[in-house]
Design a protein around this ligand. Structure first.
Ligand code: URA
Length: 220
């Protein structure tokens, strides 16, 4: 089965995990992506933002949220009164999944499968444990499912404050249960890339900002 667990370092902090993640072959997505895009930001962040997977720019640059969706997200954070320098940014899946457009070279984002999301979970768990954020913003359905389980629905749950279960059961493979974030909250919201693509972009953007304000209040 797809699983990142064998690639995790037995000990060490964020830097050790980032180095190890660069060599992850826990699922086939490493084959076509340029590099692993591990999380980045403040190691003492009280706020963590979790997206779906790196996009084209992130895959080239090796950093999360540096493309158009990242620009929109950073603007929304400022508008909600949140300081991006004190946040940690990451994704549910650490490799870019894409198809090549029929006649061009443009790489078109493809959503990761549930298997790929669960294969990558150990990296997200490690980030939660090592950072220990008080509030985790789940950006879109993939991040929501990764953090809260497959029954998560962004339309139903967005804009609410969800307490993370105190004890998450370990995986079938016996992977250690994450303890961090155990007392934290998840705030699900829209994915910034979905805001960019939407017809009613202004309204969606306002929705993203208002959900981020909820995260800001939870941190205050
Ligand atoms: N979209 C994501 O979900 N993550 C990124 O890092 C960039 C775009």
């Amino acid at each position: 089965p797809y699983d990142a667990t064998p690639y995790l370092p037995p000990r060490g902090g964020l830097a050790a995990h980032r180095r190890a993640a660069a060599g992850c072959r826990g699922c086939p997505l490493f084959e076509n992506a340029s590099q692993t895009v591990f999380g980045a930001g403040s190691p003492s962040a009280r706020l963590m933002l979790v997206g779906e997977q790196p996009g084209d720019q992130e895959d080239r640059q090796g950093e999360p949220f540096v493309g158009p969706a990242g620009g929109l997200l950073r603007r929304a954070l400022r508008e909600a009164g949140l300081d991006e320098a004190q946040a940690y940014f990451t994704n549910a899946v650490k490799h870019f999944k894409f198809t090549i457009a029929p006649r061009g070279k443009r790489r078109i984002h493809k959503p990761p499968s549930l298997r790929e999301v669960s294969a990558c979970r150990p990296w997200l768990n490690a980030e939660l444990r090592l950072i220990g954020p008080e509030v985790v913003v789940a950006l879109g359905a993939t991040a929501g499912k990764a953090l809260l389980g497959p029954s998560f629905r962004v339309t139903k749950d967005r804009g609410t404050l969800i307490r993370l279960p105190g004890e998450r059961v370990s995986g079938r493979d016996g992977a250690p249960a994450p303890t961090a974030g155990a007392e934290g909250f998840v705030v699900p919201t829209l994915h910034p890339a979905a805001v960019l693509r939407a017809e009613d972009r202004e309204a969606r953007y306002a929705g993203l900002v208002s959900d981020l304000r909820l995260a800001a209040r939870a941190l205050a």
